[in-house]
Design a protein around this ligand. Sequence first.
Ligand code: SF4
Ligand code: SF4
Length: 125
Amino acid sequence: MRRFVCKRCGACCQGESTVSLTEEDVLNIANYLGLSVENFLKEYTIKKGENRLEMRVVNNHCIFFDEKENLCLIHPVKPKPCKDWPFPRAIWENEENFNIIKESCPALSEFSYKDLLSLNMFKSS
Ligand code: SF4
Ligand code: SF4
């Protein structure tokens, strides 16, 4: 039986914006990088509007995306939306959401909504 296997294409780390950071993310990532919160915020984040804080984008990808290896440089402490992807809560809500999300993930595009609901894609072969 097929199971979901990330293709490590890096598509989910690319684009003009990144995910929003929580206070806990800031503390965890700064600590992981051995930086003060102040320096982490200055070097690696950008404010969007009043309340939103995001990781910076460099060369059209998240600043923590390693272009050579197609890897996340902060994998153990990456924000929850990154950990959840491509299975955010919304994907379980309806087929329309599933179809939108799968457009952004080559590995997910190999599966149907029925596969998702039957959880076949999480079982090992
Ligand atoms: S934190 Fe890691 S997984 Fe999340 S967008 Fe940045 S590089 Fe990608
Ligand atoms: S878009 Fe999908 S296949 Fe590509 S790296 Fe992200 S989770 Fe993996």
